[in-house]
Design a protein around this ligand. Structure first.
Ligand code: ADP
Ligand code: NI
Length: 200
């Protein structure tokens, strides 16, 4: 990265804080910084364009319909205001990388997109993933658990989405990390089910 690009990354870090610092849905600034960190590591390993990876990671959740106002265009505004010439590549990745986009049959085709997608998915797994899943469920007024794997509870979300993520990883390195995190989540569930049943 050159000097100008490094400055733009710093600017983006400040920019996202103004929107995500107070988030309580699991899409907070710290989530974004973790995605940025994992994406940077993967970018080094796979020799991707670290400026595109870094900026996309930082901007990826700003306009997520789950947390942003309708017609929000915070990412695009940042890219345009700062005359970032990689704008279209970055916007294309953001538009296609979410789990809901995956369910609609969309995919990310560039190495940079695949890396940011893997980094975002990693943060939905492990101890952090458990915490974020419960936070999001609370944010949506959904139950913890209803004894089933196919309803809208937080625990059901583990089966419906989170446990699929290792197989959906684009890179081998992220898949390995994801598998470890899923193992941890499964041992968490074993304990959860034991404690869930109250013996009178
Ligand atoms: P993506 O960035 O791939 O779209 P999401 O925004 O769907 O991912 O997920 C962000 C976080 O919110 C994840 O930790 C995920 O577990 C959690 N989450 C999303 N949907 C649900 C749900 N229906 N129930 C519980 N947690 C959810
Ligand atoms: Ni995210």
């Amino acid at each position: 990265m050159n000097r100008t690009q490094e400055e733009l990354i710093l600017k983006a870090k400040e920019y996202i804080k103004t929107f995500l610092d107070d988030d309580s849905s699991g899409h907070d600034t710290e989530h974004v910084f973790r995605v940025y960190y994992h994406a940077k590591k993967l970018s080094e390993e796979y020799h991707a364009n670290d400026f595109i990876v870094g900026l996309t990671a930082l901007l990826h959740d700003l306009d997520d319909p789950k947390i942003a106002p309708e017609n929000s265009n915070r990412a695009l505004s940042f890219l345009e205001e700062n005359k970032i010439k990689e704008k279209d590549q970055i916007m294309e990745i953001i538009a296609n990388m979410s789990f809901s986009s995956h369910m609609e049959g969309k995919s990310v085709t560039t190495l940079e997109g695949q890396i940011v997608q893997d980094a975002d998915r990693l943060d939905a797994l492990g101890a952090i993933g458990i915490a974020r899943c419960f936070a999001y469920s609370g944010f949506k007024n959904r139950p913890l658990y209803k004894g089933r794997e196919d309803d809208d509870s937080a625990i059901a979300h583990f089966y419906q989405k989170l446990f699929q993520l290792p197989d959906l990883m684009n890179t081998d390195l992220a898949r390995e990390l994801a598998n470890e995190r899923v193992r941890f989540m499964k041992s968490f569930l074993q304990e959860f089910y034991i404690e869930w049943v109250v013996k009178e």
